[in-house]
Design a protein around this ligand. Structure first.
Ligand SMILES: *Cc1c(COP(=O)(O)O)cnc(C)c1O
Length: 308
């Protein structure tokens, strides 16, 4: 059994389990079970930092939404590595500040230092992190690492290559001839490096944040688009972090089979997959991208709306 240097148990390679999906077999790669704090693709994307030595950095600086899964994962990792973690976000609402919950609470409990900036200054402050004229108090020093929003960093490649190797090995061991790998996209970093590392396998993804064009733009920062990467859309438009009865139905469908999916990313991906299922030959492997810890706050919203 692998352990991180701080003693946490790490389940690698992650297990592959068989489920049913609209009459088809669906294999799920249980990346949600790798590590108790760093779940799913955030474990893969931050693997290079987990693998580095505590002395390599003093502070990690990142930015993004106040309930981001990446934020909570970087906070857990920084705590283990004894790095300071500075996180820039738009000023919190007074209700959220008085009633910290979900990923934000977990991250602050792990020692994250929150820098709230006025909404209209956010862009400018984020850009200043990449320039020599930083925002007050955020002057970069030796030992600082600026991590792009959502961990969309070239360093993410290392952990995703490992995921790709595990998939290739599983495919070989189980004599799977034709395989399609499916995983949802935020920044597209996971899907991009996965497709790059598995040139003989089709990787299907769907954008959760913004349009297909926006996703391609994000991936463009990482390099040229791999030909085996397919970006698909749902017939209906879904907005990120909203509640939908059909999302809840998918959540329950998998929960009944013994696996909990996240309520932000997985449902739209699975819905898009169901709409294209008839066109896919061979076996399908869904990479569970984690995020289950955020379900608590999402389920509360479903309850509030009377959907649950
Ligand atoms: C962050 C996240 C994603 C998106 O990953 P990207 O590499 O940014 O595309 C997908 N699913 C879950 C659960 C996530 O937390």
């Amino acid at each position: 059994m692998l352990r991180s240097h701080t003693g946490n148990k790490i389940n690698l390679p992650s297990a592959v389990e068989l489920f049913r999906f609209h009459g088809r077999k669906l294999y799920i790669k249980r990346d949600d079970l790798i590590d108790q704090d760093l779940s799913g693709n955030k474990f893969r994307k931050l693997f290079f930092l987990l693998n580095s030595s505590s002395a390599d950095y003093k502070r990690i600086i990142s930015y993004g939404g106040s309930q981001s899964n990446a934020m909570a994962s970087i906070a857990a990792l920084s705590k283990r590595q004894e790095w300071r973690f500075i996180y820039v976000t738009k000023a919190l609402s007074s209700t959220l500040r008085q009633n910290l919950e979900g990923n934000l609470k977990a991250a602050i409990d792990d020692g994250m230092e929150l820098v709230e900036v006025p909404h209209e200054q956010y862009r400018e402050v984020v850009e200043s992190l990449y320039s020599p004229a930083p925002y007050a108090g955020l002057g970069l020093e030796d030992g600082d690492l600026v991590l792009a929003q959502g961990g969309a960093d070239l360093g993410a490649r290392e952990g995703i290559v490992l995921l790709a190797e595990e998939i290739a090995q599983w495919k070989h061991q189980h004599k799977v001839e034709k395989l399609t790998v499916v995983t949802p996209s935020g920044t597209g970093t996971t899907a991009y490096f996965l497709a790059m590392s598995l040139p003989d396998i089709t990787v299907i993804t769907t954008p959760l944040i913004g349009s297909k064009e926006y996703l391609f733009e994000q991936m463009d920062f990482l390099g040229p688009l791999p030909e085996n990467l397919a970006v698909i859309e749902t017939e209906k438009k879904y907005r990120f972090a909203k509640t939908y009865p059909e999302y809840l139905a998918l959540y329950n469908m998998f929960l009944d089979q013994g696996v909990e999916i996240d309520l932000l990313y997985a449902p739209k991906m699975l819905r898009a997959l169901s709409e294209t299922l008839a066109d896919i030959e061979g076996d399908i492997l869904y990479v569970h991208s984690g995020g289950v810890k955020g379900n608590h706050t999402m389920l509360a919203r479903y309850r509030f709306k009377g959907l649950l």
